[in-house]
Ligand binder design. Sequence first.
Ligand SMILES: [Zn+2]
Length: 141
Amino acid sequence: MDACFYCEKDERLDKLMIRITVLPWSIVYLNRNQNHKGRCIVAFREHRTEYFQLSPEENAGFFADVSLTAKALTNVFKPGKINYATFGDLVPHAHFHIVPKYPDGLQWGKFFGDEPKLFLDEDEYRERIQQIKAELDRLLS
Ligand SMILES: [Zn+2]
């Protein structure tokens, strides 16, 4: 019931995000709430609750995946800045929120938030995922 949805990959996860691709140390998801265009989540490939539980190699690899995702989002969407956040009180599986912010856009200069939510239709999600995946593949090749 309370098992981790990043591990279970069940409907709780599907309601919030869509898988984009698998990187060497993580899985990248598009957040269904696209109130910040391109907002993604990078989840570590195994269940760990704190970064100090990762080996130095895992930490370096995971952060490289986080950085690569941020670079891909920057190349595709041209934000003014990427915001990075990791919380996990209620979902204690190591994951970063990768949130592109845009000058004069929502919450520029402030903490990003989930409200107001912005959901896309399935074609728009597909297109956004394809753009991000193509750029990640290009950066990895
Ligand atoms: Zn987990």
